[in-house]
Design a binder for this molecule. Sequence first.
Ligand code: ZN
Length: 248
Amino acid sequence: MIDFHCHLDLYPNALDLLPQVARQNVFTLVVSTSPRAWLATSRVFAGYPNIKVALGLHPEIAVVKASEQDLLVSLVGQAEFIGEIGLDGSPRFKQSMALQRRILDAVLAECERVGGRTMSLHSRGAVDQVLDALEAQPKAGTPVLHWFSGTKKQLRRAVDQGAWFSVGPSMVASEKGRQLVAEMPATKVLLETDGPFATKADGTPWFPWETDRVTQTMCDLWGTSLDHVRAQLLSNFKAITPTLSISG
Ligand SMILES: [Zn+2]
């Protein structure tokens, strides 16, 4: 399995899970919520070549972490992956949108300056604003829109701008999510869990190796076999990480 967006550091028993995730998954991208968290988690998670920690500043905590913006920008050059970054325009967070946008623009500009990065982006309630920001920094790298929840029109705009998508079991649990996945180009889709934030119906978190439900749903939506979907997802992963070495 591949999990291209999870918060492994935030599970209560993260250190116990670490060896199991490394063993069961081909690759896991652990997104961080602040640059200080990235520094700490990168140290603790070192030694697992198929688990990478992405540098981020989650838009939901932009207000409390605003003082870490300079640190975030200064670390971009050393980070292989960027995330979780983005914008949140939902009622709870939209009052900090100007600050969120300033942080996002600063990160994208630095990504562009260092030659581009693969970035895992949050865009809840703010798809057009995230796409505007990406359009303004076209060489920032490859955007992966995680748990995309916009309209079909916004999906087409994202595809036209070269965006990728990471899709998890909670997303395909809803009819709207399944309709969006059906419209995504199969060559631009990756798997994610967004655990421990994303949970099963009983409230327990998805674990990074539990993305089988998504592959099964993709078979139905795309009208192809399970083997074909798995091969496609693996080839997508290789295409987006051409320089990644996870052997050893
Ligand atoms: Zn997340």
